[in-house]
Design a protein around this ligand. Sequence first.
Ligand SMILES: Cc1cc2nc3c(=O)[nH]c(=O)nc-3n(C[C@H](O)[C@H](O)[C@H](O)COP(=O)(O)OP(=O)(O)OC[C@H]3O[C@@H](n4cnc5c(N)ncnc54)[C@H](O)[C@@H]3O)c2cc1C
Ligand code: FES
Ligand code: FES
Length: 1265
Amino acid sequence: MSPEIKQIQQIKFHLQDKEYTVNVEEVTPNTSLNTYIRKTLQLTGTKGVCHEGGCGACIVVLYSKDVNTDKDIYLAVNSCLIPLLSCNGWRIYTIEGIGDPVKGYHVIQQTLANFNGTQCGVCSPGMVMNMYALYESGKLTMKEVENAFGGNICRCTGYRPILSAFKSLCTDASPELLGQYPDIEDLKMCKKDKCEKKCPTKCDRANKEPFYHQLADSRWMKVYSLSDLLSVLRTAGKASYKLVAGNTAQGVFSSYGGSADIYVDVMSVPELKVHEFVDTTYVLGANTSLAIAMELFTEVGKEKPQFAYLTQLANHIDLVANVPVRNTGTIAGNLMIKHDNHHFPSDIFLILETVGAKLTITDTDAQEVQMSPKDFLNYDMTLKVVKTIVFPSYNVDNVKYVSYKIMPRAQNTHANVNAGFLFQFNTNGTLDSARIVYGNINPTFAHASETEKLLTGKNLFDNAVLQQAFASLLDELTCDLIPPDPSPEYRKQLAVALFYKAVLSIAPADKLSPKNQSGGPILERPISTGVQDYETNTSLYPLTQAVPKIEALAQTSGQAQYIHDLPDVPHQLFGTLILADAPPNSIIKNIDASKALEIEGIVAFYSKDDIPGKNNFMPLDFFKEEEEIFCSGRVLYHHQPIGILVGNSQAVVQSAISLIEATYDPPTVAPLLTVRQILKEGRTDRIHDGKTIQPTRKGTDITHVIKGTFDVYQQYHFHMESQCCSVVPNENGIDIYPSSQWMDQIQIAVSKMLEIPSNKINVTVRRLGGAFGGKISRNGLVSCATALAAWKLHKPVKVYMSLTDNMHALGKRFPFSTDYEVGLNNQGIIQYMTCTHYSDLGSISNENPAQIIVLDFKGSYVNDTFKLDMKSVNTDTHHNTWTRAPGSTEALGSIEAIMEHCAMELDMDPIELRKANFPQDSPISEYIDELTTWAEIDKRKQSILTFNKENRWKKKGLSVVPMTYFFGPFGPYSVLVSILHGDGSVQISHGGIEMGQGINTKAAQVCAYKLGIDLNSVVVIPSNSFTTPNNVVSGGSLTSEAVCYGVIQACDTLIARIKPYKDKQPNGTWKDWVKACHGDYVNLSAIGMFSPKEPNVQAYKIYGACACEVLVDILTGQHIVSRVDLLEDVGQSMSPLVDIGQIEGAFIMGLGYYTTEEIIHNYEGKILTDRTWNYRPPGAKDIPVDFRVRLKKNNPNPAGVLHSKATAEPPLCLSIAVPLAIRNAVASARVDAASTNAKWFPINGTTTIEKVFVESLNNFKQYVL
Ligand SMILES: Cc1cc2nc3c(=O)[nH]c(=O)nc-3n(C[C@H](O)[C@H](O)[C@H](O)COP(=O)(O)OP(=O)(O)OC[C@H]3O[C@@H](n4cnc5c(N)ncnc54)[C@H](O)[C@@H]3O)c2cc1C
Ligand code: FES
Ligand code: FES
C-alpha cells in the first residue's frame, strides 16, 4: 500500500438535506445503499424487491452538479446495487425527502395519486423517484417519459394510469391528460420555491486525494487518477481485487457481489471518463456510464458525419438494461462481464465489435495496448484496466451500419439474439467488406467470418448472393443449448432473418419489391394513449364518484407501511426458509445444521422434528389433504422447504444458508412435470376423474370436424411484496403479521402447529403488496415457519422470502390442458363438442379450479351439445394455487381458442361464428354489437385485410372475444364501524384484506354515502382477527362487495341508533347528533356481516367483450399491441377509477401470461426462470398503444351490492384476445409462405416471440428483395 494514501474511517453523505456519517467498520463492501436506508435509518419508503436492478422498486435519486457547466444533475439509480461505501460525498434523495404529509407532497406524488396510479403501492416510490429525476432534469417530453420506465415493474395497474400521470407533467402533454388534473400548473409553481438544493459535491470536488477504508476483511480504496489506480493495483500482489464502477454487474451475475480483498472505486478517475477526438478517431473513457455514452453518441453522431453511426449505437444502448442501470453501469463494466462470462449476450461488446472499435488497455506500468473487443475476450486482464474505447471514422457515403436486439419483452431484458452489421461499399456498389457480428449464439462465436468473406466483392443487393449468404450463415452459426433461453434452432433462424432484415433496411428502394419492404424497419411504437369511458351518478356521491384511492398519497410518498417495513423490535431475529436442492422423489437422509450454527449470529435451525403439533399448514377444517410445512422425508418437488434458519441479521442468515448440509437418497424415477408428459407415459395413477357434463342433444348437420389441443402453464403471481411474515411473542401468545389474504387460515394453522388455542394468536394485516391469489393459502407455510421460530425462541422473528426463493418454493397458476373435438355445420353452428379438461394441481390436490372451469367454459355459448370431462392431474411440482381469475382464465382461454380455430378452419369470420353460437336469450350479443360499433371493427377489419395483402413481413391481426363470467358469493366477511364522539369521524375495520384492489376506498365511499358525511371523515384501519374474526379468504373478486355490504349493515344499525337524536335536532349537524348520542350512552360502534345467505345478493353473471389489434414483425416474431377496446360489465360502479384500475391491471397481467411470462423447469424439475433476468412480467412499453376501456352504461345489477358487480378478476380472461390477434396476423404470413398451410397454430403455453417466429413459417428461401 502506498504510504501517501490516507486512511479514513468514516464516510459522509447527505440524505435529503441532512448529513449522515457512517463509521465504515459498521458496514461491509457489500452493504447496499438500500440496506442502509431501510435497515439502519429505517427509512422504509424505498422498497427492495429483486435486488438485481430488474424491478425499480428501490430507486433513489443522486444529485450533483456538472463540474464544467454547474448544471444540476439528477440521476435515478437502483439503491439495491449501490454500495454504501461509494456514497461518500453524495447527496441522495429518497421518497421521504421530496414530499410528505407534513411539508407537503411533491407534484409527482400528487399526480400519481390523482391519476389512480397506485394499487398495492409497492412500486409507487420507485416510480415517483424515477420520474423525479427526469422532472428535475427538465427532460420532459412524453416520448422520453414513456421510454424511461422500462426498469420499473408494476404488477397491479397495467401502467396506463402511471404513464398518463407522468405524461401529464410533460411540456407536450396532450390536452386530455392536462384536463384530467386541473391544478397541475399551480402545483408546478409552488414546488420550485420549496426545493432549494445545496451542492455537497463541492466539498467532494475539493478533496481529490486518494484514501482507503480499512474494513474487517478487506480494504476499500477511493482513487481520483489513473496513476493512483495503477499504483494501487501494483501493490495488490496476489490479493483478490475488484474495480467498483457502477457495481451493476451483480444484477446479472450474483458472483460479482462476492467478496474480494481490495475494492477500488474508480468512478472519479477522469482518465476513464474522457471524451475527445484524436486524429481521425473519437475516444471515450471506458468507465463512461451507458447513459452518458448515449448522450455523447447522439451529440457526436449528429454533429460529425464521419461518426454518424454513433447515433445508431445510442439507439441500441437504449435497449440495454434500463434507465437506472444505465445511469451508473459503465462500458468497461459491461465488457468485463463479457470477458469473464463469454456466454453473456453483451450488447456493448456486440456494437463495439461491429463498428471496429478498439479498446485501450493499460497495465500497472502504464503500458498501453490496443485491441479489438474480440481479442480482448481472451486477453489476461489480471491487474489491467480498460482505459478507453477508440471509435474509427467512416465515410458516411459508403458505410452502412445496422444493429438489432431481439428481446422477448419491449424493454429491460437480454437478447434472444443480437446482431450488428457494418457494410462498406466501394464505388461500383459491391462490398469492400462486411462485418457481421452475433450475440447469444455460443460462447466463442462473434463474427460470421465465412459469410463476411463470401460477401466481399459481391453485390449485396442480388438475390443469388443473398441466398449464398443465408446458406453460409446457416452453416457457420452453431447455437448452443442454454435453457431457459430459447432453442438453438430458433436462434439460428432468427440470426439469418436479421441479416435479411438488415439488407432490406439499407437496400435502395428501387431494388425492393414493395411487398418485401415491410421487412426492413423494426417495429416503431407510438406514444401510448388511453380512454376511460364511464358514467357516475352525482346524486349518490361520494358513491359512484371517481375518487383516487384513499391511501394513494400514503403510497406515492412512501408512508404506506408493509410487513417488511415494520420497525425491528428489540431482540429482533430474521429467518429464511431452507429449500431442498434435490429432485422430486428424493428421500431426505440427513440434515446437518451444525456448521451454520457455528457462525456468529446464527441462533437456530428448525425442521419438522421441532414442530410441537401438526406439520401441516392446510388445516383439514378447509382442505382435504395435509400439506407439510417442512418436508418430512420424500421430497415432493424441487426446492420444497425443509427447515428454517434463524439469526440476528438477514445478512448473517443469508451467509449461512450454504452451510446447511442436507443429504438425500436420489430418486429412482424421473419427475413428471406436465399433463402431456403424464398422458404420454400413460400414468393413469396421476390422473383423477372429476365431474363429467353430458350433452342433452347432438346436432346432425355435421360438415366439419375439428380436433385440437390447448395447453397453458404456470404463471408466477409476481406480487411485488414477496411472501413474508413477522411474529412477535407477547404475554398471551403471539402477534402475527402475515402477508396473507386469509387471516383465519393463519390463525388456525399456527394454532394446530404449536398446539396452542386460537385465542393466543392475534393476526393483523394492514395491507399486502400485491397478492393475486398467491397469498390465499401459500402464506400459511411461511407464517407457520416464522411462528415456529418465534415461539421456540420467544423472540420476534421476521421472514421475507427472496424473489427467487418465492418463485422456487411456492405454487403458481394451475397449468391446464384440453383435448377437443368439435362438429360444426357450414354456418359454423356447433353440432357437438367433446372436451377433456386436465387441471394440473401439482404435487397435492387441495385446490382445484374444476368447478369454475365448467361454468365459464360453457358461459357464452349454446352448450347443450357439450360433453366435458373434468380431470385433475398430479405432477411433481409445487402445489399449484389460485392465481387471479383461476379456472376462468383457462376456461375462457380454451373455449375462445376453440372458436377461433373453428373459424379459421371454416374460413369464416370468427365474430360471425361466435354469434352463430350465442344463446338467443343472453345479453352477450348486445356486448359484441356495442363493441363492434364502438371499436369500429368492420372498418378496421377491411384496412387490416388490405395491409396484410400489401405486406409480406409485417402483419396485422384483430380478434374479438366475448366473456360470460359466473360469479357466486361466499363468506362470511365482517365489518366494524365506529363513530368517534370527539369529532364525529369514523373508523372502519373489516375482515377483507386490502392488497391493492381498493376495498378500503369502496368501503369508505359506501360508509360516507350511507352516513351522509364527507369521505375525508372516514378512515380504514388494519384488518385484525379480533375486531373481525372468522372471516373467509379475500379473493374471487368478491371481497370489496362483501365488505361494502357489511358496511351498509353496520351503518344501518348506527343510523337507526342516531335517528332519534337527529329527529330531535333536525337542523343540527352530524357532530351535534354524534355528541348527543354519546351523551346519552348510545353505542356508536356497530358490526355488519356479509354471508351468502343474505337475500339481497345472489350469484350473477358478468359480461364483457374485447377487441385486440396487433402488429407483428414476421422476421423477428415481435409484436406491438396496437389497440385494445374493452367493454366491461361492472353493474353500477361504486368507484369507477378503482374499477378501471382493476380492469386495466387484470388485462395486462393476462397479456403477460399469454405473451411474455414463462416458467421453465429443467429435467430435474428445478425452476430455471426464477428472477427478473429471465421471468418477464410485461413492462410499460408492452401495454396496448391505444387502450380504451368502457364501463357499460346504465347497467345496474339487481343482484349485487348497491347495484355493482365484481371487477378484479374477470377482465384477465379477456386477454386471450391478444394471442388470438397474434394468430390472426400470423395466419396471413403462413398463407403467404404457402397457400396450402393451415392458418391456425395451437396455443401451447406462452405465445412468445420464438413461437411467433417459428409459427410464421419463416424460410430463408423466401427472403428475397
Ligand atoms: C437489470 C440489468 C439488465 C441488464 N441488461 C443488459 C442487456 O440487455 N444487455 C447488456 O449488454 N447488458 C445488460 N446489463 C449489464 C450492464 O450493462 C452492466 O451491468 C453494466 O454495464 C456493468 O457496468 P458497471 O460499471 O456497473 O460494472 P461493475 O459492476 O462496477 O464492474 C463489473 C466488473 O468490471 C470490472 N471493471 C469495471 N471497470 C473496469 C475497468 N475500467 N477496467 C477493468 N475492469 C473493470 C470490475 O472489476 C468488475 O469485475 C444489464 C444489467 C442489469 C443489472
Ligand atoms: S430491488 Fe433494486 S431494482 Fe429491484
Ligand atoms: S401498484 Fe404497482 S406493483 Fe402494485
